[in-house]
Design a protein around this ligand. Sequence first.
Ligand code: KIV
Ligand code: ZN
Length: 515
Amino acid sequence: MSDKVIIFDTTLRDGEQSPGASMTKDEKVRIARQLERLKVDVIEAGFAASSEGDFQAISAVAAAVKDSIVCSLARANDKDITRAADALKAAKAKRIHAFLATSPLHMAVKLRMSPEEVLEQAKRSIRFARNLADDVEFSAEDGYRSEMDFLCRVVEAVIKEGATTINIPDTVGYATPELYGEFIKTLRTRVPNSDKAVWSVHCHNDLGMAVANSLAGVKIGGARQIECTINGLGERAGNTALEEIVMALRTRQDYFDMVCGIDATQIVPASKLVSQITGFVVQPNKAVVGANAFAHTSGIHQDGILKNRDTYEIMRAEDVGWAANKIVLGKLSGRNAFKQRLQELGIAIEAEADLNEAFVRFKTLADQKSEIFDEDIIAIMSDSAAAEEGEFYKFISLSQHSETGERPKSKVTFRVGDKEASSEAEGNGPVDASLNAIEEIVKSGAEQLLYSVNAITSGTQSQGEVTVRLAKGGRIVNGVGTDPDIIAASAKAYLSALNKLHDPSQVKLNAQMTP
Ligand code: KIV
Ligand code: ZN
């Protein structure tokens, strides 16, 4: 029997620490539901003590998720741990994750604590956490740059206090695969009670080796939990990419001899959702989830694939949830066909009113675009979910004029609360003119950090998906809009970001910044 590797997803915590990837409470719940469909074992939903917003988001995820363990990060002190336990109250299965730095540099410079003080605090915090939860993880922050003898003492002591998972992060992405694997192996060999806890790896990607290091931690080191994120989102150069870990374990089962419980067909929908919500576009040549990951353009490759797919394919696109990109519905498709396709795509609609609202969006799109692909349906459903989050500003219509040699003009009509407003402005281009027209009325004064356009499917018939990232008063928000007309998609994205700025309860001040 192959051993099981626990997949611990930290997209909502470490992933959110990517600058600009801050998520609202409702967005975290939407991603958590998708992670549950993906069947991840543990969802780290946030860092409860970092802000009231994150506390609320973790509570909402804990209440929504039924099949995965929900976890909150906490510094190794009573106050943070209590906050984590409170946020997790509604969870069916919960985990408290306490961390404390153990490297000489972090202890001396950041914590200003002696090794003995760190050891005592680690013990105390795990003892305290075990009074509040049975499932307690301890992370030795900057573990890979810690001294082996000291780290062994800390780990042995926290296992004695009841830590059920021991995580050894390569916090700064300094490790190399063999050395990291050997490091974990040495720890497991030298810590006398190492068999009383599950060993976990958590690798950052500063040198592009996070996935390789994590797999070495499992294969060489004997770890049985991998911490990872969708699309490898995370601090700086990111974290270990979940999709690459899962497909490496599956595709090279002959070598790893390990299984995980992930439903791989949910990988691409998860990747698209995270990319859409955070505005972090997936590079086309990204393994597994990049748009070109399964594209064969060279004639020799295409010929080989037609003769036998195994010539150039080690995985199947459909196994990781790539839709065949075929026309699935059109203008004449009815409500039942739409509902059935949603079910086939694994999109659950609870209330009839939500289905009706989504169907209206589908019909509107089908009037503009004759061929509706699975990707379009996923975008419609994302729009519907975003609309549920409350729309103070709502796009109605837009007309614009641009001609070579003239400054483009745009007129945008949109709802402001329960009133209709409309204004005109000029700009450098039609998009700029449209956003200026919106600003004429809203006067948000927000700084634009990002504007990106992405085609949802291939060809010029495709809908454009626009992401706008705005910053104001220390808050950063992402707005997404989709439409076959990219100017309209831009206006929708801008209004969506303004909606988030308008509703302060939705947005955290500096995601994951500890007070
Ligand atoms: O990278 C890291 O060390 C972390 C810990 C807090 C687990 O994210
Ligand atoms: Zn990390």
